[in-house]
Design a binder for this molecule. Structure first.
Ligand code: UT7
Length: 329
């Protein structure tokens, strides 16, 4: 029997219009452009403004553009997975809200919560639905309105995050293209270093939790940095070795954009030159589930059919992983 592969056949991404610059942040907290740029690589980030705008609005823009670009009728989509840590609501799933807004009526959907690794976790999940032969058109969305959980009085986190999202269409192919391999990992003991303290069943939201700012991101930056550098690089090197890929075989590394120093360390360990690394952190900051599709969207015109791409991410949980794919468009 011919092997069915899952291939990305379309990509679109979207970032809100408003730009929050390092200069503007200087007026909000005690920070400066030089510190932010040298420690993170970020110059600006996009923020979703407006009453009652949520992650589904970002996801919807990405999905709408994706369906248009790929000439896909919303009725033909079988499944939509949304990777997010900032769902519109605790329930129902943001995947269902995006589907409703986009006119996707004949599909089922669910959310994937794996923090910054959510997009690659969702892609690996979607791959298996497609490879099984049962699903022909699967949409994977990575979107976050990080500004909804950022404390803009905390200089250690507010300079890092931004809002954006992207979506890909996954379809079956019998060509030797698409997702070739994936390594996904998690270690729940890392939760102490990066989490949201209140608002879940462990500590439901109350006046006290809101007064204590426990609905915001809590991050021990240095501890997370150490795990991110080691694990993102390890898993990327491992996927290259197991697929016998040399640095010159890799067209692009597509890393999660959390910190320029983490990206550079990963590329160095892989032996991949900087001009083969997708980096747009300077313009968007860390958009959590939006970073990898935002990069693919921005680099799409440079990609050729058959290009070997390595996607890599590390995030809260801890979660991390790497995907090796052959570009199929
Ligand atoms: O995406 C998911 C996973 N998340 C990550 O991968 C994030 C990993 N961590 C990081 O990227 C970095 O740890 C940060 C960017 C969060 C922080 O950078 P750092 O180089 O680790 O800084 P630090 O936390 O060690 O702080 C160094 C100093 C401190 O001052 P003292 O104690 O040395 O006087 C901080 O108070 O920098 C200070 N600082 C700032 N100064 C100016 C912290 N934030 C700021 C700021 N502006 N925004």
């Amino acid at each position: 029997m011919t092997k069915i592969n899952a291939a990305i056949t379309g990509i679109h991404a979207w970032a809100p219009e408003y730009i929050l610059s390092n200069k503007e942040l200087e007026t909000m907290v005690e920070t400066n452009d030089e510190w932010i740029l040298s420690r993170t690589g970020i110059s600006e980030r996009h923020i979703l403004k407006g009453e009652r705008k949520g992650t589904s609005d970002i996801g919807y823009e990405a999905v709408k553009g994706l369906l248009e670009k790929t000439n896909t009728s919303p009725e033909d989509v079988d499944l939509l997975i949304c990777a997010t840590v900032t769902p519109d609501m605790q329930f129902p799933a943001t995947a269902n809200i995006i589907s409703d807004k986009a006119g996707i009526k004949n599909a089922w959907g669910f959310d994937m919560n794996a923090a910054c690794s959510g997009f690659i976790y969702a892609l690996e999940s979607a791959r298996n639905f497609v490879e099984s032969g049962r699903y022909k058109k699967v949409v994977v969305v990575g979107a976050d309105k990080m500004s909804s959980i950022v404390d803009y009085t905390d200089r250690a986190t507010c300079v890092i995050f931004g809002d954006a999202g992207g979506a890909v269409l996954l379809e079956p192919t019998t060509d030797n293209l698409g997702i070739m391999d994936a390594i996904m990992q998690s270690d729940g003991s890392g939760r102490v270093h990066l989490h949201q303290k209140a608002g879940g069943s462990l500590k439901p939201a109350s006046h006290e939790t809101v007064d204590a700012g426990e609905h915001y991101i809590y991050q021990e930056g240095q501890a997370v940095f150490k795990f991110a550098v080691t694990n993102m690089a390890d898993v990327s090197v491992k996927i290259m070795e197991r697929n016998k890929l040399k640095p010159e075989d890799v067209a692009y590394l597509v890393p999660h954009q959390a910190n320029l120093r983490i990206i550079e360390a990963t590329a160095r360990r892989m032996g991949v030159e900087k001009d083969k690394v997708m980096i747009n952190i300077q313009k968007y900051g860390n958009t959590t589930n939006g970073t990898i599709p935002m990069c693919l969207h921005e680099w799409q015109s440079k990609l050729k059919k058959g290009d070997n791409l390595i996607l890599a991410a590390f995030g809260g949980g801890f979660t991390w992983g790497s995907i090796y794919l052959k570009w199929a468009i």
